[in-house]
Design a protein around this ligand. Structure first.
Ligand code: FES
Length: 348
């Protein structure tokens, strides 16, 4: 363990901890745009700068390892001015169309502009002029809003192992896109969308729907496969309009394309929400109560067992149930019905 002092507070941290991580342990707020604790530090945005005694100039706290007896200052007039200028420079080449931007209310750059009270553009100059790209079904790209933090590139590489996007060109011409500037052709997991701090990447199906205002958040579990990822449903007027995942969830905020974008079935009018029973032979399926449906199933199963024996019955369980439910399901078939004809659809 090493001991260092940050803003007059002393803390002990394991070797290898960065100054930013140590400061966060002390609940000291340092602004960041390109940092995510789930990815390797990158040092692109320069907002996390701090002053360290004995260092000739401010350094990025996200990439500087804490050292024994270090004395760190995270807030000073100089740091405030430098951070403010960095944000101003980012905004000088940004569309600043927060009124109509899908990310408004959920945008780190917008929040920083507010916190640093940036109302004017001191740096007039050329603006980027990229078209909005949305030829795929899920992800919308607005390169004019990109701050080159590289979070999308790193998550695609470090977490997904896909590397579908990367940097092209240099300086003012720099941008992030798939090889040869083609349209995206990846797994569409949307990890890049979830981590983008501005409106540069967004879910195409979110367009035109409420942003943050009045949106209800409900934690839930994804039902697509046996992984059971934690998700958060964003709903408005009794409709689910977006799905996200928290960085603190067991899936660390990551989801697959189905979990993140395949939620429209929830709002479908023809979705089955109650059991249906065909009361007469050849008749129509009619809504029934769960008690009625379960007692019908019990009667039919008992009838088959009495007539043909327990092995005439079989059960197929679902990966969408919990482990506990599947455990009870096989118990029901093995112990109550008396057959080993029981299987489960989870194969991966
Ligand atoms: S968070 Fe450290 S440079 Fe961006």
């Amino acid at each position: 363990m090493i001991s260092l002092t940050i803003d007059d507070k002393t803390i002990e941290v394991p070797e290898g901890t960065t100054v930013l991580e140590a400061a966060r342990k002390l609940d000291i707020d340092i602004p960041t745009l390109c940092y995510d604790s789930r990815l390797k530090p990158y040092g692109a945005c320069r907002l996390c700068i701090v002053e360290i005694a004995g260092f000739p100039k401010p350094v990025t706290s996200c990439t500087t390892p804490a050292a024994a007896n270090m004395v760190v200052k995270t807030n000073s007039d100089l740091l405030y001015r430098l951070r403010r200028t960095t944000i101003e420079l980012l905004l000088s080449d940004h569309p600043n169309d927060c009124m109509v931007c899908i990310k408004s209310g959920d945008c780190t750059l917008q929040e920083l502009a507010y916190l640093y009270d940036i109302r004017e553009n001191r740096f007039q100059g050329e603006m980027r002029d990229h078209n909005r790209i949305d030829e795929n079904p899920f992800i919308m790209r607005e390169q004019n809003k990109c701050v080159m933090c590289g979070l999308c590139v790193r998550v695609c590489d470090e977490v997904e192992g896909v590397g579908a996007i990367g940097y092209v060109n240099r300086g003012f011409e720099s941008k992030i896109c798939p090889p040869f500037e083609r349209e995206l052709n990846c797994e569409f997991c949307g990890q890049c969308v979830s981590i983008c701090p501005t409106g540069a990447l967004s879910g195409k199906m979110w367009a035109g729907l409420p942003r943050q205002e009045g949106v209800k958040l409900t934690d839930s579990t994804c039902t697509y496969c046996g992984c059971g990822c934690n998700i958060t449903l964003h709903s408005h007027a009794d409709k689910v309009i977006r799905v996200s995942a928290k960085a603190t969830s067991h899936n660390r905020g990551w989801l697959c394309v189905k979990g993140r974008f395949g939620f429209d079935f929830i709002n479908r009018g023809d979705r089955l929400t109650t059991p249906l029973i065909r009361r007469e032979k050849g008749g129509k399926l009619e809504p029934a109560t769960w008690d009625e449906a379960l007692s019908l199933i019990t009667t039919k199963m008992n009838g088959i067992k009495e007539k043909h024996g327990p092995d005439a019955l079989g059960g197929l369980a679902s990966a969408r149930c919990t482990n506990e439910e599947n455990y009870l399901f096989q118990k029901l078939f093995r112990k109550v019905i008396g057959t080993n004809n029981v299987d489960h659809c989870a194969r991966y």
